[in-house]
Design a protein. Structure first.
Length: 485
């Protein structure tokens, strides 16, 4: 294969989506022969000598976009011996060096660089080949339906028994068209509505999760509370994107069918609600991840609540709630900002948001190590329970989560609430059947196109036209956009 040939991430994505690999249409992959271990003991001449076992590589290359999995690996994988001061490498007890490659997600940076590295996988030196790479729900199928991921069962060796306690949806999203399981994860990501206790008391007269849930149990009630909150000087939501996933994860059709983009009626309900909230000042006109959105989650925020999945509560909301960040010497304790002033309820509709999956790259020479990593960090109920207990992340093990849900487990950040019980009720209901390879691009383009509409700089027709233009530029193979009647 010509190294000079420039192949963009888009081309790779299209090839993967069509079920054919670029390698298959160019030149065939040639696997590097495994290095045999020491010769087996001599056997009787009448017997055939057993095949030697393949030697494991001494470098395990893992590609990620942030340090979330890196921390789970370094803190909970029992084979870790030492972590470098700069965290660029991790040394395992058997001497294997884990090299971490972190490329931020912004502007498709992670996928672009990953795609180029995977295209060079065949020609890369053994110690430079990618062994493990992580993917998110919005683009998982791009890699799952490709030749660059290998079967977790057939190739890696995990069994149905190993995987039995995982939530079904976490396997559905990484199962390819032929039924092969191409990844596994330590987390499940059901969503809830996280609200400020003090603001709930001011608006509803109570901060009790059961009573707040009763007041927010459907969208009509949710809108009524938004009106009440506004009358008391509070915002219901921070910005335009806060409720998006609750609508987009409850659609009746996938984003793309054949070459047609389907804008589901439920996503248009988000448009209607968000325009209404913006006009009536029920939101703070922020955009997901911007400074205003983050500040609204802190002690000076006047926003009733935020839609968040499991990772968001402990990984984002907690940090944003602190008056003095931990990096500035602050502690995660009551008295530091809004710590302890949050609680969660199920909200008007069940949903999920995000999730991270571990994929093994074709060409790896660390199959045994990868099997142990996957089995330990995604199948071991003791370790799953420990991760949840320490980090409050919701892990992908039904028995461990049910045990915590029915225990006296408490979250100090959530004012002593056992939020695992609520997550455990939502997780089994998650449906990934409408997920597709174009989800990330469609979701991002749709939200961006309608921000201008919410701000009043374009009308509805122009926002729709801007979305269609963005989609055609991003995915030239998609030929039409279908809007609901």
């Amino acid at each position: 294969m010509k190294k000079a040939r420039k192949i963009t991430a888009l081309v790779l994505a299209l090839a993967m989506m069509m079920g054919t690999s670029l390698i298959a249409t160019g030149c065939q992959k040639n696997e590097t022969p495994a290095t045999p271990s020491k010769a087996a003991e001599s056997v009787a001449s009448s017997e055939a000598a057993p095949a030697p076992a393949a030697a494991e590589g001494k470098t395990l290359n893992i590609w990620v976009w942030n340090d979330e999995f890196q921390s789970r690996f370094n803190d909970y994988y029992p084979e870790v011996k030492e972590v470098a001061k700069d965290k660029s490498t991790t040394t395992l007890k058997d001497g294997t060096i884990v090299k971490w490659t972190i490329n931020a997600n912004a502007n498709n940076n992670y996928q672009d660089k990953l795609d180029q590295a995977l295209l060079a996988q065949d020609s890369a030196a053994a110690d430079d080949k990618i062994d493990i790479f992580l993917v998110e729900a919005d683009y998982a199928l791009k890699y799952v339906n490709s030749d660059y991921t290998i079967d977790v069962k057939k190739d890696i060796g995990l069994t149905d028994s190993d995987l039995a306690n995982q939530y079904k949806y976490t396997q559905d999203i990484v199962t390819d068209k032929s039924g092969a399981l191409k990844g596994t994860t330590w987390q499940a990501t059901p969503g809830l509505f996280a609200y400020r206790r003090s603001i709930a008391k001011a608006v509803l007269g109570t901060d009790d999760p059961a009573k707040v849930q009763e007041a927010l149990s459907d969208w009509t009630k949710f809108d009524n509370v938004a009106k009440q909150a506004s009358a008391k000087g509070y915002k219901m939501l921070s910005g335009f994107d806060d409720s998006y996933r609750t609508f987009s994860n409850n659609v009746s059709t996938p984003w793309v069918t054949d070459t047609t983009v389907n804008v589901d009626a439920n996503i248009m309900k988000w448009v209607t609600q968000t325009k209404d909230y913006t006009t009536k000042n029920y939101n703070d006109k922020s955009i997901l991840w911007d400074n205003k959105w983050q500040a609204d989650q802190g002690p000076s925020g006047k926003v009733l609540g935020f839609f968040y999945s499991t990772w968001g509560i402990n990984f984002t909301l907690l940090g944003n709630s602190l008056k003095t960040p931990t990096k500035e010497g602050g502690k995660e304790e009551v008295g530091n900002g809004a710590y302890g002033d949050y609680a969660v309820c199920q909200g008007p509709q069940g949903y999920y948001w995000g999730g991270t999956w571990i994929c093994a790259a074709k060409g790896t020479d660390n199959v045994a190590t990868i099997k142990n990593v996957m089995k330990t960090l995604t199948c071991d109920s003791t370790i799953m329970k420990k991760i949840t207990t320490v980090t409050q992340d919701y892990t992908n093990n039904k028995s461990a989560m049910e045990e915590l849900a029915n225990s006296d487990f408490k979250s100090a950040f959530l004012g002593g609430q056992n939020h695992i019980k609520l997550f455990a009720a939502v997780a089994p209901t998650i449906d990934m059947s409408k997920a597709g390879a174009y989800d990330q691009g469609c979701n991002e383009a749709f939200q961006a196109a309608f921000h201008d509409y919410f701000n009043g700089t374009v009308d509805l027709a122009k926002a729709k036209a801007n979305f269609e233009k963005a989609i055609k530029e991003k995915y030239p193979d998609l030929t039409a956009v279908k809007w609901p009647a």
